[in-house]
Design a protein around this ligand. Structure first.
Ligand SMILES: [Zn+2]
Length: 72
């Protein structure tokens, strides 16, 4: 019997909240507030979150990531 265990660290982004902003770059109303966490993973399953949680605003249309809240 052969088991393959993989473990490591990975970044996990979670969309938090329902509020949507307008992107200052592409004007799409597609900017979400996301929490970015580094997690210890085992078999691709995030087990232990570690490191600081980063909060950022990400546009799902053009991919622009901003740490500041868009003005509108
Ligand atoms: Zn955009």
């Amino acid at each position: 019997m052969f088991f393959c265990f993989t473990f490591g660290f990975d970044n996990f982004k979670r969309r938090s909240g329902d509020r949507v902003w307008t992107c200052p770059n592409c004007s799409a109303r597609d900017v979400y507030y996301v929490k970015n966490n580094e997690c210890f993973t085992f078999c691709f399953i995030p087990l232990i979150p570690c490191g600081p949680t980063k909060h950022l605003y990400e546009c799902h249309t053009c991919g622009r990531v901003n740490v500041c809240q868009p003005p509108f």
